[in-house]
Design a protein around this ligand. Structure first.
Ligand code: SF4
Ligand code: SF4
Length: 359
C-alpha cells in the first residue's frame, strides 16, 4: 500500500557544528563525522526524493556548511526540481560561500539567531563573535536577492527581548521571521529547567508577536511556535507521523522526525540499504504511528484526531514513559499534570546549561 508522498525531505548532512546551543534538537548521541553518508549517497537520496514526489529539501545539521560537498548537493537538488532551503548558523557564510550557493541555485536561506544582544547570543551559542558574523551574513543574503528567514529560538533566558528580535528582522529586510519557543527534545530536554519560560513570559511574548503581526500584515510573515508545556492540546508533530516529512540523519537513518531516534524498539531503516520509496511506504518505522489506527483512548474517538494526529510520540515517551500514550500536552491525557510539574520545577533555576558539544 502506498501513502501520499512526503512534502519535504529534511537532509541532516552532519551533526558537526561550531556552536554549542543548550537547546539543540539534535540527539544526545551525535553521529561521528566518519559515519556520515558519502556525497554519492546524498545525490542518490535527492534523486529518489524527487521521484517520490518530494517538493522541498531542507539542508540542515548540525551545521550543513561543515560539509565540503554542500554546493554539489544543492546544485543536484535544484537540477532535480526540488526547492532548496539552507538552515544554517551562518557563522561561515562568507561572500565566497554565498556566491557558490547562489550559483548552485539555492532558493532560500534560514539563519538562526541565539539572541538579539550580541554578548548573550555569543554566550548562548558558545561562539565568540558569532552574532556579528550572522548579521553580516544576513545582509549578504539580502544583497544577493535570496529569500531569507531569521529564526529566533526563544526561552526563559532571552524571551524578554522578543520585540527587539522582531525589530532586528525588520531592519535586516528579511522575508519571514520565526519566533520559535524551544521544543523540549534532545539537549533542550536535558536543559529544560534553565529554558522553560514562565507563564507571564509566554503571555507577554505572545502579546508582542500578535501586535507585530498586526502591524506588519502584508509586509512580512511572522511564524510563532509555542512551547507545549502551557498548552491544552498538542501540536500536529511534523504534520502527523509519516505524513509530510522524511528526515535523514547524518549516518543515513530515515526518521519520521528528527527526534525519533530517542524512541526505543523501533528499527529505523538506513538509506544505505533501502530506497526512500520502500522506507516511506512499507517500513515498520514509518507505518507504526501513521494515521489513526494506532491511537489509544480517548484519541481514537476524538474529533481532533485528524488535526493533531495524536501529538508527539517523543514527548509521550519523555513525559509519560510510553511512546504510544496520549501526548501529555493534551488536557485529556492522564499525564497532563506532569507538564505543570515540570514548569513548577523550572522556575527559579540558575540558568546554567549543559552545552551541546560534538566530540
Ligand atoms: S541549535 Fe545550535 S548547536 Fe544545534 S545545530 Fe543549531 S547552531 Fe548548532
Ligand atoms: S485526545 Fe488525542 S486526538 Fe484528542 S485532542 Fe487530545 S491528543 Fe488530540
Amino acid at each position: 500500500m502506498t501513502a501520499p508522498p512526503p512534502m519535504a525531505l529534511i537532509a541532516e548532512l552532519t551533526h558537526r557544528c561550531p556552536l554549542q546551543c543548550g537547546y539543540c534538537s539534535n540527539p544526545l548521541n551525535l553521529d561521528a563525522a566518519k559515519s556520515e553518508l558519502a556525497t554519492e549517497d546524498w545525490l542518490r537520496i535527492l534523486s529518489e526524493a524527487a521521484a517520490l514526489g518530494v517538493l522541498q529539501v531542507h539542508f540542515t545539521g548540525g551545521e550543513p556548511m561543515a560539509r565540503r560537498d554542500l554546493v554539489t548537493l544543492v546544485a543536484h537538488a535544484a537540477k532535480c526540481g526540488l526547492y532548496t532551503n539552507l538552515i544554517t548558523s551562518a557563522v561561515s557564510l562568507t561572500d565566497a560561500a554565498l556566491a557558490a550557493l547562489v550559483g548552485a541555485g539555492i532558493d532560500h536561506i534560514q539563519i538562526s539567531f541565539q539572541d538579539v544582544a550580541a554578548a548573550e547570543a555569543d554566550r548562548l551559542g558558545g561562539y565568540r563573535g558569532g552574532h556579528a558574523r550572522k548579521l553580516a551574513a544576513a545582509r549578504r543574503v539580502r544583497e544577493a536577492g535570496v529569500s531569507l528567514t531569521a529564526n529566533f529560538v526563544v526561552h526563559h533566558q532571552n524571551v524578554e527581548r522578543v520585540e527587539a528580535m522582531i525589530a532586528l528582522g525588520e531592519a535586516l529586510g528579511v522575508d519571514r521571521i520565526e519566533i520559535a519557543h524551544v521544543q523540549y527534545y534532545g539537549w533542550a530536554l536535558v536543559n529544560r529547567a534553565a529554558l522553560l519560560p514562565t507563564r507571564d513570559q509566554l503571555d507577554d511574548c505572545t502579546a508582542v508577536v500578535r501586535a507585530a503581526r498586526t502591524r506588519l500584515s502584508g509586509v512580512l510573515t511572522i511564524d510563532y511556535v509555542v512551547p507545549d508545556y502551557y498548552a491544552t492540546r498538542p501540536k500536529a508533530c511534523m504534520g502527523g507521523w509519516g505524513r509530510r516529512v522524511i528526515n535523514i540523519s547524518p549516518s543515513g537513518k530515515a526518521l519520521p522526525c528528527h527526534a525519533a531516534e530517542s524512541l526505543p524498539g523501533l528499527a529505523f531503516p538506513s538509506v544505505r540499504e533501502a530506497s526512500l520509496e520502500a522506507i516511506w511506504n512499507r517500513s515498520g518505522a514509518f507505518t507504526r504511528f501513521r494515521g489513526t489506527d494506532w491511537m489509544p483512548a480517548p484519541c481514537r474517538t476524538c474529533d481532533q484526531r485528524e488535526i493533531d494526529w495524536g501529538g508527539c510520540r517523543c514527548q509521550a515517551l519523555a513525559i509519560a514513559g510510553d511512546m504510544g500514550a496520549v501526548d501529555p500536552a493534551c488536557s485529556l491525557s492522564p499525564d497532563h499534570h506532569r507538564m505543570a510539574e515540570a514548569v513548577a520545577e523550572a522556575s527559579g533555576d540558575s540558568g546554567a546549561m549543559t552545552p551541546r558539544r560534538h566530540a
